[in-house]
Design a protein around this ligand. Structure first.
Ligand code: AMP
Length: 224
C-alpha cells in the first residue's frame, strides 16, 4: 500500500501514522521528523532547512523532493505512508514522476479534516519525545507519567515551532500551499478519503482503519 496522509498541522497525522504502521507494516516517512533528525545531527541539509522551519514556512521543494524520494526507496514490500509530504502541488507532481520510474503510484490519499480553531488548542498542548518521536497531549493523550515518554523514559519537549505565532504561519502556509495538493490528487483520479479529525484519536483511528482495510482488500483482489 502506498498512501499519503494529508491534514493541517495538529490534525493528528503523527499519532495516526504510528498506529497505521503497527497494523499494516508500512514504512512511516514523515518529512518533518526526517528534517528534525537532520537538524539534530547538524547536517548540511538540516542547516539549510532551519530558518524555514523556525518561521513556519516551507523548505524549498528541490531539497524535500530529493530527501523524500531517497527515503521511499527503503520501503518494504508492504509499502509506505507519507506524512507531511507532499506539501505543494509541485512536490506531488515530482513524487508521481519518481514513483512512475519504478512502475509505481500512490494508491490512496487520506485527508484529515480539522477546524482551524481546534488546531491551536491541539498544538499548544502537544508534547513529543525527542528520542522516538512519540506524540502526546497534556489533556487528550497523556503519558503514563507526566512529562515522560512511555516508550523510552525520555523527557518530553514542546517543539519550538508549536508556539502560537509560528502555528498561525504554519496554518496559513497549509491553506495556501498544501490544500491544493488534495485537488491535484482528486483531479487525476487518485482515490481520496476525507476523514473528520475533530473527534478523539481513537475514533479517528477507527475511521482510518476502515478505509485502509477496504483499500488493502481491493489491492489484494487486483494482485497488487
Ligand atoms: P511537520 O512536522 O510536518 O509539521 O513539519 C515541520 C516543518 O518542516 C514545516 O513547518 C516545514 O518548515 C518543514 N517541512 C516538513 N515537511 C515539508 C515539506 N513536505 N515541504 C516543505 N517543508 C516541509
Amino acid at each position: 500500500m502506498r498512501v499519503v496522509l494529508l491534514g493541517a498541522p495538529g490534525a493528528g497525522k503523527g499519532t495516526q501514522c504510528k498506529r497505521i504502521v503497527e497494523k499494516y507494516g508500512l514504512l512511516h516517512l514523515s518529512s518533518g521528523d526526517i528534517l528534525r533528525q537532520e537538524r539534530a545531527e547538524g547536517t548540511e541539509l538540516g542547516r539549510k532547512a532551519q530558518s524555514y522551519m523556525d518561521s513556519g514556512a516551507l523548505v524549498p521543494d528541490e531539497i524535500i523532493v530529493e530527501m523524500m524520494t531517497a527515503a521511499i526507496t527503503r520501503a518494504p514490500q508492504a509499502g509506505f505512508i507519507l506524512d507531511g509530504f507532499p506539501r505543494t502541488v509541485n512536490q506531488a507532481i515530482e513524487l508521481d514522476k519518481a514513483l512512475a520510474r519504478s512502475g509505481q503510484g500512490i494508491d490512496a490519499v487520506l485527508n484529515l479534516k480539522i477546524d482551524d480553531r481546534l488546531v491551536a488548542q491541539r498544538i499548544t498542548g502537544r508534547r513529543s519525545c525527542p528520542e522516538c518521536g512519540a506524540v502526546y497531549h497534556i489533556e487528550n493523550l497523556k503519558p503514563k507519567v507526566e512529562g515522560i515518554c512511555d516508550n523510552d523514559g525520555a523527557k518530553l519537549i514542546q517543539r519550538p515551532d508549536d508556539s502560537p505565532e509560528v502555528v498561525s504561519n504554519r496554518l496559513e502556509t497549509y491553506h495556501r500551499q498544501t490544500e491544493p495538493v488534495l485537488d491535484y490528487y482528486k483531479s487525476n483520479g487518485t482515490v481520496c478519503y476525507d476523514i473528520s479529525a475533530d473527534s478523539g484519536a481513537d475514533e479517528i483511528t477507527d475511521l482510518l482503519f476502515e478505509k485502509l482495510d477496504g483499500l488493502a482488500k481491493s489491492l489484494s483482489e487486483i494482485g497488487n
